[in-house]
Design a binder for this molecule. Structure first.
Ligand code: GDD
Ligand code: MG
Length: 364
């Protein structure tokens, strides 16, 4: 089977992390976001994966080549010279996606869930129409593609509206599709939005269906949602794969759902959890309190620091008795001095912070 992952866009909403790495390579639960998808596609029998890239392709190529062998898949980079949106990349990869009659998967690269690829394929083959969109329900649908089913039909889509201004439904596009190669005939090789310029027309022809997702789902393309998605993923692991989490009986674990990389070092008298990810080679000092946060590779959290609802970027350091909260995000190699308070600070790479940041702001 074949799949295309949309890896373009500049990931501006996940700055300052995406100033250092393209969004799909930012680690979610200690592994590049996109690896969660590649691994699950491979498990479902996908052998051909196209990565549609328009931004710093060389970094992606270098990072992903090693996974081809690991997961036994062929990864092809389809590089755009101008951003082609969410549909144009399908036209650019026509040779691979349309090489046989079998349907192909399409994925947004920033979504996290318990990917239901096999059930999705079976359902898609059962209705024999052109496309199937995975849907989920959210409280605030305004920042997503919203879907209305045909009255009296369990799955056929009547309307697809991208980011509607007025409420029409809370059923949203989860960013995972399976499409027949015939859909390629509807797409020209130019910047095109699949959500605005393709799906509404397939729906009009009665050829588009929904597949309802079970369990958690999150678009982790912005810091607040990245943290929420991390919490959802960790509680999913606690039920399905508890061996991937730190043993709850460890003296520093508080209320569970904590992932600690085996190379990380944790000091004495810490209290960590719930909902924490500690990355490779992180050094946590003594008496540190971590909750609902992500500490990326090589970061250092010094003695008695307190971190809540925040992301600490690669190789950054948080000083002794410092306090980070309110969805603060430290970019790569940021230094927070001792006894500093940061509330909602978004701090660009390589900065040193020596005065309190009491209100959310970007520090450049
Ligand atoms: N190759 C390529 N080229 N990829 C692109 C481009 C481009 O020009 N523009 C965006 N992408 C990729 C992004 O990297 C992402 O994986 C995907 O297309 C969707 O773009 P986002 O910028 O993340 O869109 P969104 O989150 O506002 O909305 C989309 O996702 C929602 C679910 O999270 C839409 O598909 C919505 O309908 C959907 O509900
Ligand atoms: Mg997104």
């Amino acid at each position: 089977m074949k799949a295309l992952i949309l890896v373009g866009g500049f990931g501006t909403r996940l700055r300052p992390l995406t100033l250092t790495l393209p969004k799909p390579l930012v680690e979610f639960a200690n592994r590049p976001m996109i690896l969660h998808q590649i691994e699950n596609l491979a498990k479902a029998g996908v052998t051909d994966i196209v990565l549609a890239v328009n931004y710093r392709p060389e970094i992606m190529v270098a990072a992903l080549k090693e996974y081809e062998e690991l997961y036994n898949v062929k990864i092809t980079f389809s590089v755009e010279t101008e951003p082609l949106g969410t549909a144009g990349p399908l036209a650019l990869a026509r040779d691979i996606l349309g090489k046989d009659d079998s349907p192909f998967f399409v994925l947004n690269s920033d979504i996290i869930c318990d990917y239901p690829f096999e059930q999705l394929r079976d359902f898609h083959l059962s209705h024999q129409n052109e496309g199937t969109i995975v849907v989920t329900k959210v409280d605030d649908p305004s920042k997503y593609g919203v879907i209305v089913n045909e009255p009296g039909h369990a799955s056929r889509i009547e309307r697809f509206v991208e980011k509607p201004k007025e409420f029409i439904s809370n059923k949203i596009n989860a960013g995972i599709y399976i499409l027949n190669p015939s859909v390629l005939e509807r797409i020209e090789l130019k910047p095109t939005s699949i959500e605005k310029e393709v799906f509404p027309y397939i729906a009009q022809d009665g050829q588009l269906h929904t597949f309802e997702l079970e369990g958690f789902w999150m678009d982790v393309g912005q810091p607040k949602d990245f943290l929420t998605g991390t919490c959802l993923y960790l509680s999913h692991l606690a039920k399905k794969n508890p061996q991937e989490l730190a043993t709850p009986s460890l003296d520093y674990i508080y209320k569970g759902n904590v992932m600690v990389h085996p190379t990380a070092k944790i000091g004495k008298g810490c209290r960590i959890g719930p909902n924490v990810v500690v990355g490779p080679n992180v050094v946590v000092g003594d008496g540190v309190r971590l909750q609902r946060c992500v500490i990326l590779e090589g970061a250092r959290i010094k003695d008695y620091a307190w971190v809540h609802s925040s992301i600490v970027g690669w190789h950054s350091s948080v000083g002794r008795w410092s306090r980070l909260e309110g969805c603060s995000v430290l970019g790569d190699d940021v230094t927070i001095n001792d006894e500093i308070y940061v509330n909602g600070g978004s701090i660009l790479p390589h900065k040193t912070i020596s005065a309190n940041i009491t209100e959310p702001q970007i520090i450049m």
